[in-house]
Design a protein around this ligand. Structure first.
Ligand SMILES: [Zn+2]
Length: 506
């Protein structure tokens, strides 16, 4: 065991949120930040303060809540951006301003249209300016991997002299290879005379599928910090995946001779939360957190695992927080048993929430006999909403068939008041959505719709996810709903999106 700690800088809320399709509201960002703190990440990059008032507000709110992780805001190397960033992170007990400018010929000449001297000056000025408002300043040389190495050395040396304590060398376009990146990090470490005054950070994109490999190669070359995201989400093909980097460093400690501050048992829960809230699914065969990551299908493998787990398992599901105990609850399980299991799964619920979940659990147990952890996760996640439930479904009736026009009749409640309406549609789900729009007066365009069963049985809970574009607020919003009836789940998902949209309208 070595004592060298590789710091984990999570950028799920900044780079990850730039994923096509992901868009989180402030409550959802706070929920993710809290979970990242529990996971033990060293730095949470909470957003890009100057990008929008919403981004600023979210960073500021997170800065007020999070105590153990450093809160960072990204800022271009311009004064107004840095001022906004400094203001947003101000309340945080630990804070970092992260500023950047591109250093590669293509970016400097074609995008910035600046001279190399001007870029160098801008970088130094930005770091100095940021240092006036924040002790800890990170500088990123955007597109570092396509930059001239000697120019890069000059920039790095200068920003360290200006007061940067972390220097990031991103592979912005996912172009480098493990060997080349190793050489680049080594070059910087050898050639920059004051490099020992700063931490070296890496940030890799996955365009060629090498983000994790490149990051790990940099760790071998002595990188102090890795920037990554949960489930590897991010611009285009995404960022390096946090869970893969952390587990590789842990499982292959013999190679990396380092460790991280991550509580790996929180990995699975964090992964689920991010997937739910962003609406970005995790592929089944995804390393570490995919549904199949610990499933053994081949007979020979199953036989081996039964005899001795380590025959085919290099890590235990429990290590990443997947409970492999096949504990199943049924309709005879009492409230106490349910509560105990929920606590084991990491949920702390109020009495009222527990009461409500117990009622839903009984209905479900009646229908499907065996209730698995996956079902419990779904019930709880359906209950803990990150938006106020403005409207709630009281009742829902749908008639459809081969020779009739689908009709939906819906009753909703809002602050105790009941609203009812009906609508026809091209299909039962369409009829439901039209009825919901008639009652709430919120018009949306369905961009994405998915229904899946949570466990594998006919009576399983169905989980609906929708992405709806609301022209009035010019936003895409993700909605989710869970129920044993697929139409009801679909209705809940659409109403969830409408309720979130109403936060912007009212
Ligand atoms: Zn990036």
């Amino acid at each position: 065991m070595s004592s060298r700690i590789v710091k984990i800088f999570d950028t799920t809320l900044r780079d990850g949120e730039q994923s096509p399709g992901a868009s989180l509201n402030i409550e959802e960002k706070i929920a993710i930040a809290k979970q990242l703190e529990k996971l033990g990440v060293d730095v949470i990059e909470a957003g890009f303060a100057a990008a929008s008032p919403g981004d600023f507000e979210a960073i500021n709110a997170i800065a007020k809540i999070i105590k153990n992780s450093t809160i960072a805001s990204l800022a271009r190397a311009v004064k107004q951006d840095i001022e906004k960033g400094l203001e947003a992170i101000k309340p945080a007990p630990r804070k970092r301003l992260h500023t950047f400018i591109a250093t590669s010929p293509i970016h400097v000449e074609k995008k910035l249209k600046m001279s190399y001297e001007a870029v160098l000056d801008a970088a130094v000025d930005a770091v100095k300016f940021a240092r006036n408002g924040c002790e800890e300043v990170e500088f990123s040389a955007e597109d570092a991997t396509r930059s001239n190495w000697d120019y890069l050395c000059k920039v790095v040396e200068s920003v360290i002299n200006a007061g940067a304590s972390v220097v990031n060398l991103p592979d912005t376009v996912g172009y480098t290879t493990p060997q080349e990146y190793y050489e680049l990090i080594t070059y910087i470490k050898n050639k920059v005379p004051n490099i020992d005054k700063a931490e070296v950070s890496v940030h890799c994109h996955n365009d060629l599928g090498m983000a994790v490999a490149n990051s790990l190669s940099a760790v071998l070359a002595g990188a102090d910090q890795v920037e990554c995201t949960i489930n590897g989400i991010g611009e285009r093909a995404g960022n390096a995946s946090l869970e893969e980097i952390v587990m590789a460093i842990k499982v292959r400690n013999d190679i990396y001779k380092a460790s991280t501050n991550i509580n790996t048992k929180e990995i699975y829960r964090t992964s689920r939360l991010v997937s739910k809230l962003t609406g970005i699914d995790i592929q089944r065969n995804k390393a570490i957190v995919g549904k199949n990551a610990f499933a053994h299908e081949a007979g020979i493998h199953q036989d081996g695992v039964i005899k001795e787990k380590s025959t085919y398992e290099i890590m235990k599901p429990e290590d990443v927080g997947i409970d492999s105990s096949s504990l199943v609850l049924g309709k005879h399980s009492g409230k106490h048993g349910l509560e105990k299991r929920l606590v084991e799964l990491g949920y702390q619920l109020t009495k009222e929430q527990l009461e409500d979940i117990f009622e839903k659990f009984k209905v479900l147990a009646d229908k499907k006999k065996e209730v698995y952890d996956e079902d419990l996760h779904a019930l709880v996640e359906d209950k803990i909403k990150f938006s106020p439930s403005v409207y709630e479904i009281v009742s829902l009736q749908v008639s459809s068939g081969t020779n009739i026009t689908p009709t939906a009749t819906i009753k909703l409640s809002k602050n105790g008041e009941i609203f009812e309406d009906a609508a026809l549609g091209d299909g039962p789900v369409d009829a439901v959505y039209k009825a919901l729009e008639r009652i709430t007066f919120v018009k949306g365009q369905l961009k994405f719709y998915e229904i899946k069963s949570i466990t594998e049985s006919r009576e399983a809970l169905g989980e609906a996810t929708v992405k709806v574009y609301f022209p009035d607020i010019d936003k895409n919003i993700i909605g989710r709903g869970v129920a044993t009836d697929v139409i009801e789940a679909s209705a809940k998902a659409y109403l969830d999106a409408i309720n979130k949209a109403l936060m912007y309208i009212t």
